[in-house]
Design a protein around this ligand. Structure first.
Ligand code: PLP
Length: 398
């Protein structure tokens, strides 16, 4: 019997929290753990643009035959346009290839498997802190995961000097995981000058950026949020991008993302892409169609695209309003510590600085669930649950 040897897995730090939340019998409980957008009524709605694209697909789709390993071709082209802008030099030079993949997670895993199987690189650098699943994804593929400093607790800001110092000690070819925008969990991003400096370092030390781009459009806008990636792509010869449409199209359970490779020239990029496809063949053969068809249908139709952009703007602005309200409401509940830094953070999350013990107290005494690192999903806040949240935080800080 082999299964008797299997030890129980530790609960996932984020999804395990959702299980605990579901089992909690209290009626005024609030889940600010997992990064899911909620509207003012606390629902995670299907976007209108998505529903309209689905209606079109339902009437027009004529076959469920397999896709190729790279998925929906029109989708892959549309992804490149969103990431780089249609006129970017990597597209003009035909140095970029994209394969549809199952969500950001699946795309990251394909990237890691490709690197492990087809290059001599064995190390990836991730920020400290980073999204809790990065370690799991990369070490599962066999990569060694090292950390570079990123967050400075005293200032609640970026420690850019330390980031550069740590990455300066990386070896030629090492992968560097970079959050394209809306860094998870800190909400703190690089400015354009810092992106350029980082790109110059990657060029000088021959480091290979792997962008994790899961929140395009949740920072300042779809184009604005891609500036870091575009600056880096203008500077370095090779990079990878794993992007996700879970959040910005609200397509969480369709598992839709993509892995994009940029090579030094067309041949190198195309050879690498052939091996990415072969890696996909060995992992899941080819992706499911629905998510890719939804996104490509929306992006190919100017009316649907405009609707999607306005729906994304609405989500972005609601989160911004919740950030402001959160800061004001903490003050109103008697919190004297300065939380104004929360208004400066980007994306769905706020890195609160709450300790592990305070996080546990929030959950046990008040039914407010946040991730152990102190990360709060602002996207889950509403005007209705705000008083419950702020009262609880005020109590644990007192
Ligand atoms: N990367 C980051 C930084 C994330 O926060 C997430 C989701 O929370 C993902 C990737 C994974 O996205 P997906 O749900 O599309 O796999």
């Amino acid at each position: 019997m082999i299964f008797s040897l299997v030890e129980r897995a530790a609960a996932d730090p984020i999804l395990g929290l959702t299980d605990a939340f579901k089992a909690d019998k209290r009626t005024n409980k609030v889940n600010l753990g997992v990064g899911i957008y909620k509207d003012e009524s606390g629902q995670t709605p299907i976007l209108k643009s998505v529903k309209m694209a689905e209606a079109k697909l339902l009437s027009e789709e004529i076959s469920k035959s397999y896709l190729g390993m790279e998925g929906v071709l029109a989708y892959n082209t549309a992804v490149q346009g969103l990431l780089f802008g249609e006129a970017h030099r990597v597209i003009q030079d035909k140095r970029v290839f994209t394969a549809q993949a199952p969500g950001g997670t699946g795309s990251l895993r394909v990237a890691a498997e490709f690197v492990m199987r087809h290059t001599p690189v064995r190390t990836i650098w991730v920020s400290d802190p980073t999204w809790a699943n990065h370690q799991n994804i990369f070490s599962s593929a066999g990569l060694e995961v090292k950390q570079y400093r990123y967050y400075q607790a005293q200032t609640h800001g970026l420690d850019f000097e330390a980031m550069i110092a740590d990455l300066s000690s990386a070896n030629i070819g090492d992968l560097v995981l970079l959050h394209g925008c809306c860094h998870n969990p800190t909400g703190i991003d690089l400015n354009i000058e810092q992106w350029q400096q980082l790109a110059d370092l990657c060029l000088e030390k021959s480091l290979v950026p792997l962008f994790d781009f899961a929140y395009q459009g949740f920072g300042e806008g779809v184009e604005e949020d891609a500036q870091g990636l575009r600056v880096v792509a203008n500077t370095v010869p090779e990079l990878l991008v794993a992007n996700s449409f879970s959040k910005n199209f609200g397509l969480y359970n369709e598992r839709i993302g993509a892995i994009t490779v940029v090579g030094n020239d067309e041949t190198q990029a195309s050879n690498s892409f052939s091996q990415i496809k072969s890696t996909i063949r060995g992992l899941y053969s080819n992706p499911p169609a629905h998510g890719g068809l939804i996104v490509s249908t929306i992006l190919a139709d100017s009316g649907l695209k405009a609707l999607w952009l306005s729906e994304l703007q609405e989500m972005r602005e609601r989160i911004g309003q919740m950030r402001t309200l959160f800061v004001q409401s903490l003050k109103a509940h008697g919190v004297t510590q300065d939380f104004s830094f929360i208004s400066q953070q980007n994306g769905m999350f706020s890195f609160s600085g709450l300790t592990k013990a305070q996080v546990e107290q929030l959950r046990d005494e008040f039914g407010v669930y946040i991730v152990g690192s102190g990360r709060i999903s602002v996207a889950g806040m509403t005007k209705t649950n705000m008083p419950v949240i702020c009262k609880a935080i005020a109590a644990v800080l007192a």
